[in-house]
Design a protein around this ligand. Structure first.
Ligand SMILES: [Zn+2]
Length: 197
């Protein structure tokens, strides 16, 4: 292998290990995709979606971007959501933010270059909207962490108002939307209890 041989070696070992433990594993995955969960999380390399919730390939549909944002003009995220809800029939949607999120931190700093600046503009707006609450906190780390949480709440609210979700619920389909935080310091998830259904 000319490029990145370690990754190909890892891949061969992983596929062999999967097959050794469960000979029908890949055959089953080819036959059907029926995950129960849709994960909308941050692209941060320290928050590997399947791994932190102990789910195998086939068990979770995943969309990740910088700072786990759901934008009404983002065809990428909305297509994942549409396919997940309409085609796969997913009933559990999880927006998972994390503390020490670099995307959220960018919203505290000076304006950066495009396209990142445009991407995180709604987090800047959220920061300004919650300025009074954030200013009452004792230090920058606490303000950063709180904005990470507020950002998840905002994405949950956006999801609840999207036609894809509203129409699915109108048809009688169950769609729960959960807002979670992942803590890099201990590897644990926390439910922000902003779920609606
Ligand atoms: Zn992040």
């Amino acid at each position: 292998m000319r490029f990145l041989p370690r990754l190909f070696a890892n891949n061969r070992a992983w596929a062999a290990d999967r097959t050794a433990k469960d000979p029908a594993f890949f055959e089953r995955l080819c036959a059907i995709q029926r995950p129960e969960y849709l994960w909308i999380g941050c692209a941060d390399s320290r928050v590997p979606a399947n791994e932190i919730v102990g789910l195998a390939p086939g068990e979770m549909f995943v969309h990740r971007n910088v700072a786990n944002i759901v934008r009404v003009d983002d065809r990428n995220c909305l297509s994942v959501l549409q396919y997940g809800i309409d085609t796969l029939g997913i009933s559990q949607v999880i927006v998972c933010g994390h503390y020490q999120c670099g995307g959220v931190q960018t919203a505290f700093g000076p304006h950066t270059h495009q396209p990142l600046e445009g991407w995180i503009e709604q987090i800047r707006a959220l920061r300004h909207a919650h300025a009074a609450e954030l200013d009452r906190l004792s230090d920058d780390a606490e303000r950063w962490h709180r904005l990470c949480e507020l950002n998840v709440g905002a994405q949950v609210r956006t999801l609840n108002g999207l036609p894809i979700v509203v129409e699915a619920r109108g048809r009688g389909q169950v769609v729960h939307i959960h807002g979670w935080m992942y803590d890099l310091r201990d590897g644990l998830l926390r439910d922000l209890e902003v779920s609606e259904d």
